[in-house]
Design a binder for this molecule. Structure first.
Ligand SMILES: *Cc1c(COP(=O)(O)O)cnc(C)c1O
Length: 428
C-alpha cells in the first residue's frame, strides 16, 4: 500500500514529497505514509505503530495532539478561521512572548521559520542601510535565497557561492560564511568588511546539521564584535526557542541579541513563525517604518491559540527541567546500549535534542569539519533496523531527534529495549 501511494505521489509531486528530507532519499525504500498520531506514537496507513523521535522536526514539544492544545484548537475553530484583521489572540501570544523573553520588546508573526529569517534579514539591512550578512557553515536558516550558500574557496575569508540552483552567485555574494567557533576568522572578516555588515545570524545551538553545541565565549564574542561594528546580532532560535527553556538560548547564555527568529515550537504544530527584538529596530517594519513585510495568513487565529496553549503548558513550573532531565537519562542509557553494541555511533545531547552521529565513536564534533566521512552510509542500516523495531527517526543522518513531554518513562523504557534489539541485530 505504501509503494502504491508513493507511486501516485511521484506522478503529482516532485520526488513525491513536499519537503526534501521526507523523501527517504538514499534509504532504499519508499517513505512511510503516516495517517495519524497521538502523544509519542505515529500510525502509518498499513496499521503499524512507531515511537516518534522526529515530532514533525521539532514543533511538538508536548507530543502529538496534546489534549489541552487540542481543546483550544477545537474551540478556536468554532470561533473564527482567519481574519486578516486585528484580533485578541495574536495580542495574547505577543504579550506572553514580550513578557517572558527579555530581548524581545516587539514581535511580529509570520507563517514559517523561513519567513521569519527572511523578514529579519531584510529588517537588518533596512535598519543599518548595509547589505552584507554573515552566516556560519553548518547553520541552517530556512530556504531564504541569501541563506542557500556554501563556502567559497577558503572558508576563513568569508567568500560564498550559491548552494542551490536558482540562487545566483550575485545573491550569494552578499552572504559571508565563516567556520563555527573560529574567533580569528571572525575578527579578520569584521576588520575588513565590518562597515558593510548589516547582521550576523547564527543558530546559538546549531541543530540542523548534526548537533554542534558552541562555547558560550564564542557567542559572547559575536555580541561584542557586532556591537563594535554597529552590525546587528540575530539569534535564529527557530529550533532552540521554547525547546531548551522558556527563553531559549538567549536566556541560557544571558546574551541579548538585537533580533531573534522563532518557528517550530511557537506554533505547537501549526504554521507560525515570528521575529522580534529591540523596539527601535522592529519599529522600522511597515507601516510604522519603511521595511516592507506582510502576510495574508500571518497570525492565523487557530495557530496563535495553539501556539499560546503550547508555550504556556511547556513553561509551567519545572516542566523544562523535567523534560531535559528525562532526555539526559534517556541519552545516557542509549549511550550504554551503543557502547555495548560496539557500533560506530556517537550520541550528542543537549536538553531534549539528541543526535546519533553514525560513522564515529568518541569523537569531539564541533563543526562540520569534524564530521566522519560516512555518516549517511552508517545511518541507513541503523535507520532501517530501528524502523523494523517500530522507532521512527527523521530519515536523514544529519537530523536530530526530538523528545517531547509525551515521551514518558514508559515510552522511553520501551524505546530503549527497541534500540537494544535493533543495534544487536546490526552487530550480528
Ligand atoms: C527549521 C528551521 C528554519 C526554517 O523554518 P521553516 O519553518 O522550516 O521554514 C530556520 N532556521 C532554523 C534554525 C530552523 O531550525
Amino acid at each position: 500500500m505504501t509503494q502504491e501511494l508513493f507511486d501516485r505521489a511521484l506522478r503529482v509531486t516532485p520526488a513525491g514529497v513536499h519537503s526534501p528530507v521526507r523523501s527517504f532519499k538514499g534509504l532504499g525504500r519508499a517513505p512511510i505514509f503516516f495517517k495519524s498520531a497521538k502523544g509519542a506514537i505515529l500510525f502509518d496507513v498499513e496499521g503499524n505503530e512507531y515511537i516518534d523521535f522526529c515530532q514533525s522536526f521539532g514543533p511538538l514539544i508536548l507530543g502529538h495532539r496534546d489534549k489541552d492544545v487540542e481543546e483550544e484548537v477545537k474551540a478556536a475553530i468554532s470561533d473564527v478561521w482567519s481574519l486578516g484583521a486585528a484580533d485578541p489572540y495574536s495580542l495574547e501570544l505577543a504579550e506572553w512572548i514580550v513578557e517572558n523573553i527579555a530581548p524581545v520588546e516587539r514581535v511580529r508573526f509570520v507563517s514559517s521559520g523561513t519567513e521569519a529569517v527572511m523578514s529579519a534579514l531584510r529588517l537588518a539591512r533596512g535598519y543599518t542601510n548595509r547589505s552584507k550578512i554573515v552566516k556560519f557553515d553548518g547553520c541552517y536558516h530556512g530556504h531564504v535565497d541569501s541563506m542557500l550558500v556554501k563556502a567559497g574557496s577558503g572558508l576563513a575569508n568569508g567568500q560564498s557561492s550559491s548552494s542551490s540552483s536558482g540562487v545566483s552567485d550575485k545573491q550569494a555574494s552578499d552572504t559571508l560564511i565563516l567556520p563555527l567557533g573560529d574567533e580569528e576568522a571572525l575578527e579578520k572578516l569584521f576588520a575588513i568588511e565590518g562597515k558593510n555588515i548589516a547582521a550576523l545570524i547564527i543558530e546559538p545551538l546549531p541543530a540542523n546539521f548534526g548537533l554542534l553545541p558552541l562555547d558560550i565565549k564564542f557567542l559572547e564574542k559575536l555580541r561584542e564584535l557586532t556591537q563594535q561594528y554597529n552590525s546587528l546580532l540575530i539569534f535564529d532560535e527557530v529550533i532552540s526557542g521554547f525547546r531548551l527553556s522558556k527563553g531559549g538560548m538567549a536566556e541560557i547564555t544571558n546574551i541579548t541579541p538585537d533580533l531573534i527568529t522563532y518557528g517550530k515550537v511557537i506554533g505547537g504544530g501549526f504554521p507560525v513563525g515570528a521575529f522580534g527584538g529591540r523596539a527601535d529596530i522592529m519599529d522600522q517594519i511597515a507601516p510604522s517604518g519603511a521595511v516592507y513585510q506582510a502576510g495574508t495568513l500571518s497570525a492565523n487565529p487557530i495557530s496563535m491559540r495553539a501556539g499560546l496553549a503550547t508555550l504556556k503548558k511547556a513553561a509551567k513550573a519545572g516542566q523544562y527541567e523535567a523534560l531535559n532531565k528525562r532526555a539526559t537519562y534517556f541519552a545516557n542509557e542509549l549511550r550504554n546500549i551503543i557502547k555495548k553494541s560496539k557500533l560506530n555511533i556517537e550520541l550528542v545531547q543537549v536538553g531534549s535534542l539528541l543526535w546519533l552521529c553514525s560513522g564515529g565513536q568518541g569523537l569531539s564534533i564541533k563543526s562540520p569539519a569534524d564530521f566522519p566521512k560516512n555518516i549517511q552510509e552508517g545511518f541507513k542500516p541503523l535507520f532501517l533496523a530501528l524502523l523494523n523495531e517500530g522507532i521512527y527517526l527523521a530519515p536523514n543522518g544529519y537530523e536530530v531527534m526530538f523528545l517531547s513531554h509525551a515521551h514518558d518513562d514508559e515510552i522511553l523504557t520501551l524505546a530503549l529495549s527497541k534500540f537494544e534489539r535493533a543495534l544487536a541485530r546490526l552487530t550480528k
